[in-house]
Design a protein around this ligand. Structure first.
Ligand SMILES: [Zn+2]
Ligand SMILES: [Zn+2]
Length: 231
């Protein structure tokens, strides 16, 4: 019995017992170690407190102007930039089905919700039913469940996606908003202050469209939370 063979055997047993390897450090034990979350690219530094654009310590020029980038949601937060290992982790969760990557990211997201928002419910952005059936899960659901738990607020899947839309990533800013018009509707009555959760945000158009449906259902304040923002 050679030591190389023994090494392979030990490696194989480890793979069986601990199949997950961390996307950041490559170590065993978790899809993403809690300590490795710290190594992900943070959406740090000065940011517009409303739309979360970088480099703006106060309300940004877009938010004080007549054509704000962010519509529908009152304000937006995301703990990470959609870049590097954060981008890798989210894509691996979404398309590789490694949903275990989402809770550590979502706990970081919950930690950047300002206490003053005082939300009464956490609502995931739904996928179109056909897309969710194909994927087997909705990454925003998984993230929102963790956020709700961390904030001690109920998870309320109040939204329905009434029609499938072109992937937002294929469109420019103006087309993104048009693409989503009327895409969501709410079931039942929404509480006054709601947090709507998605995996990634760029212009906030998806969160904004979801927020409009929640306002139509009675919400007066709708805040947006994503795991990462594409700056
Ligand atoms: Zn790690
Ligand atoms: Zn702004």
């Amino acid at each position: 019995m050679t030591s190389a063979w023994l090494g392979r055997l030990a490696g194989g047993v480890a793979e069986l017992l601990l199949p997950q390897r961390c996307v950041v450090c490559g170590g065993f034990g978790a899809a993403l170690h809690e300590e490795c979350v710290e190594a992900l690219p943070r959406a740090a530094g000065a940011r517009c407190p409303r739309c979360w654009r970088p480099g703006e310590p106060a309300l940004c020029v877009r938010c004080v102007g007549e054509a704000p980038l962010l519509t529908g949601v009152d304000a937006l937060r995301a703990p990470f930039r959609f870049d590097g290992a954060a981008r890798g982790a989210i894509l691996e969760a979404k398309f590789g089905g490694v949903t275990a990557l989402l809770p550590p990211l979502a706990r970081a997201a919950a930690a950047c919700v300002p206490p003053g928002w005082d939300v009464q419910a956490v609502v995931p952005v739904p996928l179109a039913p056909r897309r969710e059936r194909r994927r087997g899960f909705n990454q925003a659901d998984v993230a929102a469940r963790t956020v709700a738990g961390a904030l001690g607020r109920p998870l309320e899947p109040l939204l329905r996606r009434d029609r499938d839309t072109a992937p937002q990533s294929t469109l420019g800013a103006a087309a993104r908003a048009a693409n989503l018009a009327g895409a969501f509707s709410a079931r039942g009555v929404a509480p006054a202050r709601v947090l709507v959760v998605d995996d990634v945000t760029t212009t906030g158009a998806t969160l904004g469209a979801a927020a409009e449906a929640l306002r139509a259902a009675g919400a007066t304040r709708v805040y947006g939370l994503a795991l990462a923002r594409e700056d």
